[in-house]
Design a binder for this molecule. Structure first.
Ligand code: NDP
Length: 529
């Protein structure tokens, strides 16, 4: 509830700042929303940006309407050519950074904008003082508007931080305050519209339904009415000085934020040069993933511990990793969601600067076992999304990073935990079998593609393992294993059996094998006469 309250406040501020003070004053909105939504499991940080963009455009649109008689088309026209080029460049950089070092670029852009904001505000007051309070209005040349537009376009697309640049471009022109606010709104509306395709392409809207965004629109409208009233009631001098103060304060804020981001990156870089290998294990909070993570820590790996809901269990695993003398880093992320996968990889590299081993372990069983002649599409979509699409695209993201670092890394690896269900037909859980069969082909594909980069890829096929997943069918398998000779080795598999196989690969015991399947199933796969 607390986190949603912060989101609600931030969205109210969209209307208030856009209709009251122009877009620059709302620079805190994105950090507030991102911070709050990072704590709401279903959404996360990327969803915040996807939610904000349409609402910011609604706020711009209302302000354009409120100040429709006061807009300066001339100023916007002069800014636009540079802005279009800036947004195109920013979009290309965004696409590239999503795969590479987005954080470094964002940190540098923030430091630059923060520094400029602080410096230009100080310069302005120095000039006012030199002119004994009578500074004449300033009319920018065309080339200057072009450059401001280009810089605003790039920084808005990468870091959502063009507000101070535009405020400091408009304020010295001494526009009437309604014209200042309306012109800002028109300009940012067009800029935000230009950013839509790039944001869509990198998947920032995936978690945001139109209904969710629509729900918040009334809040933006109320904020806009309050902002409009405030704007009407204050005088020009207070209005201008307020904006300079806000820009100055936000300038410091962005500068500090950029500095912290850069320090984290440098620390990450320093870590990447450390010789400790790093494993990223999905679904590491319970069952097989938990055992794998603890075993990898025993083998000397630092571990990224991914989980979906069970933060307490994940924390216990982190403590076990630390007891083994290694570093653990928790990342809540749904491997079935594209934005979460990207964040998982970003946070792993932010924490440790490298990933040497990806273990695709997270997986779910169908909610109910239903005959394939009756089973519905909903369960099929859910199981395929988490068990197949998730590992397929997570492997892609990590492989891209591994390729970039492969020259310096020591034989990175990808291991996927499939199941005997990759080949054993269970007609009452077809979706699970199909997902696991898909993982077998996925292993072959990545093994063939990544061998040239020195990256080996393996599939581990567990049999029946005693975990929460098999809890509901324990009685059935007790009978099959212990009484009816289902497996030549008459016992349940333990998560540690799978973890030992992972450890053998992780410690380089199979360097001349790739695309290999390792059965950890008590001999279930043997055909017997
Ligand atoms: P469990 O149900 O015991 O644990 C599942 C783990 O995956 C938990 O850590 C859970 O996190 C996490 N998880 C679930 N959904 C997601 C998601 N969408 N995103 C990220 N994490 C998620 O399962 P097992 O340990 O038994 O199974 C692990 C893997 O082994 C699965 O892929 C399964 O198919 C496979 N397997 C299992 C066998 C068995 O007999 N148990 C046999 C053959 C294969 P949280 O704790 O937060 O819920």
């Amino acid at each position: 509830m607390l986190w949603w309250s912060i989101v609600i406040l931030a969205i109210f501020l969209i209307g208030l700042t856009k209709s009251g003070f122009g877009s620059g004053a709302g620079l805190m909105i994105a950090p507030m929303t991102t911070f709050a939504m990072a704590h709401i499991p279903k959404y996360g940080t990327d969803a915040a940006l996807g939610l904000l963009l349409p609402l910011l455009m609604v706020g711009d649109f209302i302000a354009i309407w409120q100040y429709r008689r006061l807009l300066s088309m001339k100023i916007v026209r002069r800014l636009l050519p540079g802005t279009i080029i800036g947004v195109v460049l920013g979009s290309l950089l965004l696409r590239w950074f999503v795969r590479q070092q987005k954080e470094v670029a964002e940190a540098l852009v923030n430091i630059d904008i923060g520094f400029e904001s602080v410096f230009l505000v100080l310069l302005h007051f120095y000039r006012v003082w030199r002119a004994s309070g009578n500074l004449p209005p300033y009319v920018p040349r065309i080339w200057r508007s072009f450059l401001v537009g280009a810089f605003a376009g790039i920084s808005s697309t990468i870091a959502h931080a063009a507000g101070p640049i535009i405020s400091l471009h408009l304020l010295p022109q001494r526009l009437e305050r309604g014209m200042f606010v309306g012109t800002c709104a028109l300009y940012f509306f067009l800029m935000n519209a230009l950013k839509l395709p790039a944001y869509y392409q990198v998947g920032l809207f995936e978690k945001i339904s139109p209904q969710l965004a629509m729900m918040f629109v009334p809040l933006v409208i109320v904020g806009a009415l309050v902002g409009y009233l405030v704007n009407r009631r204050i005088n020009d001098r207070i209005f201008t000085n307020t904006l300079y103060v806000i820009t100055f304060a936000l300038g410091w804020y962005i500068l500090a934020k950029g500095g912290i981001q850069l320090r984290l990156q440098i620390r990450g870089g320093a870590m990447s040069s450390s010789s400790t290998k790093v494993a990223l294990v999905t679904g590491a909070s319970r069952g097989i993933g938990r055992a794998i993570t603890i075993e990898l820590a025993n083998c000397g790996f630092d571990c990224v511990i991914n989980y979906l809901r069970n933060a307490d269990a994940a924390n216990e695993v982190k403590q076990a990793v630390e007891s083994a003398g290694q570093r653990g880093h928790l990342v809540q992320a749904d491997v079935g969601e594209s934005a979460d996968r990207r964040r998982l990889v970003d946070e792993s590299y932010n924490a440790f600067g490298r990933v040497d081993l990806l273990v695709n372990n997270a997986g779910i069983a169908p909610d109910a076992r239903v005959d394939i002649l009756e089973a519905g599409e909903e369960s099929f979509d859910r199981v395929i999304k988490v068990n197949l699409k998730g590992p397929y695209f997570l492997s892609q993201l990590v492989a891209q990073k591994m390729i970039v670092g492969s020259a310096s890394a020591d034989r990175p690896k990808i291991i996927t935990i499939s199941s005997v269900s990759a080949y054993a037909a269970s007609t009452n859980r077809g979706e699970y079998c199909i997902a696991k069969a898909g993982l077998s082909m996925m292993t072959k594909l990545y093994a063939a593609r990544l061998a040239e980069f020195g990256i080996n890829v393996y599939e581990i096929r567990p049999g029946i393992i005693e975990t929460d997943m098999t809890g509901p069918v324990k009685a059935k398998y007790d009978k099959l294993i212990l009484e009816q000779d289902l497996t030549p080795i008459h016992r349940w598999g333990k998560p540690e059996d799978v973890a030992n196989a992972v450890a053998a690969i992780a410690t380089d015991r199979l360097p001349f094998s790739t695309g290999e399947v390792i059965n950890v199933d008590g001999g279930f796969h043997l055909r017997r006469l």
